[in-house]
Design a binder for this molecule. Structure first.
Ligand code: NAP
Length: 337
């Protein structure tokens, strides 16, 4: 397995990470035994970075991870945990809590659920607009001092927040959406992360399945699947966006690769400091994603792909209108997609 460093101060991890969210939440029903088998297959293939959030399935995703990691050496895996998003008993999203006391409280529950002594990378899933980021990061730093956390991470923040946070403590990585059709970070956020020695863990590399080559506009989404409200999956947008996938397929075919592999390989090619998080929840999907590591794109391929799928080619924003208004990462780059 190829490895990459997570920023200037973070751990060295596999060049692809496994994101576990869809195994417990947001993408419709998932098979728990297959999810565990997928995590095992990922570890066996050399993936060392596992990403979760305490709010994914309201604790269920962490419990799944704990089950999957039973009997495995704790120090062979880097566990990245997001916290801070609050939900009601129906699962509705009801805000963020980044207060220092909340940080410690969330962490205590996470450590119990994961049955571990420490979290490798701990990050607020979103900025809490009512709490200065310095205070949230300060509390994480305090927990690093106490031995419960190894590294600080951030998620979906803009360049200014990144700088403020970095002034308090070293930041291993920024987790943010980045794909051929979500390139907003390239203007300001990515250069700032690079300037500060902060790595990037990229999610939505397949745009939540849209760029996977397995999506069709006929696909019915179950209730509770977040893609029901994502503009890129709606009505005529999805039809237009799938024409981009057709164009990618022609290039993938030429290279003896799949569309998903091409999409992942493009992100891998965008910099040694970027680690794509793969949302596979089945072994066949994982195995396809791992194949992207064998697809090396030279500069000419990257340029051709970016002409085939221009930065602003997708119809629809990456989140709904409300999210686009409140995301810290979007506030600074209103034109970002
Ligand atoms: N920080 C944040 O705000 C944030 C937000 C979202 C996600 N994340 C993290 O990023 C991780 C990745 O999630 P994502 O939604 O960004 O993932 P993604 O890789 O863009 O999309 C995952 C979807 O693609 C489909 N897919 C089809 N072929 C695939 C293949 N070969 N490999 C993988 N997936 C394939 C999966 O399909 P089927 O399962 O239907 O087959 C799944 O529905 C999450 O698990 C989570 O840890 C972070």
């Amino acid at each position: 397995m190829i490895t990459r460093s997570l920023g200037a101060t973070g751990p060295r991890v596999s060049a692809l990470g496994l994101g576990c969210m869809g195994m417990s939440d947001l993408y419709g029903p998932a098979d728990e035994q297959e999810s565990i088998a997928t995590i095992h297959a990922a570890l066996d293939a050399g993936i060392t970075l596992l990403d979760t959030g305490d709010y994914y399935g309201m604790g269920r995703n962490e419990l799944l991870l704990r089950e999957a990691l039973r009997g495995r050496a704790r120090d062979r895996v880097v566990i990245s945990v997001k916290f801070g998003a609050m939900r009601d008993p129906d699962g509705a999203w009801i805000g963020m809590d980044g207060r220092p006391a909340a940080v410690k409280n969330f962490l205590a529950y996470t450590l119990r659920r994961l049955r571990t002594d420490y979290v490798d990378i701990y990050r607020p899933g979103r900025l809490d607009p009512t709490v200065p980021i310095e205070e949230t990061v300060g509390a994480i730093a305090e927990m690093i001092g106490a031995g419960y956390i190894r590294h600080v991470g951030l998620s979906e923040v803009g360049a200014d927040t990144l700088r403020k946070a970095r002034a308090v403590h070293a930041i291993a990585d920024l987790q943010t959406e980045y794909s051929l059709i979500s390139r907003g970070i390239e203007t300001k956020i990515l250069p700032t992360a690079r300037d500060l020695g902060v790595g990037v863990t990229a999610y939505g590399v397949l745009s939540r399945g849209l760029l996977s080559g397995h999506w069709s506009k006929e696909r019915a989404l179950p209730k509770g699947d977040v893609r029901n409200v994502l503009p890129r999956f709606s009505g005529k947008n999805v039809a237009r966006n799938l024409t981009l996938v057709d164009a990618m397929r022609a290039m993938a075919d030429e290279k003896g690769a799949t569309v998903a592999q091409l999409a992942i390989a493009w992100v891998l090619a965008r910099g040694e400091d970027i680690i794509p998080l793969i949302g596979a929840r089945r072994r066949d999907r994982l195995s396809e994603a791992l194949g992207a590591l064998d697809l090396v794109l030279i500069a000419e391929d990257v340029a051709r792909l970016e002409t085939t799928v221009p930065a602003d080619a997708a119809l629809g924003t990456r989140y709904d209108a409300h999210q686009m208004r409140v995301l810290d990462s979007e506030r600074e780059s209103p034109a970002a997609s």
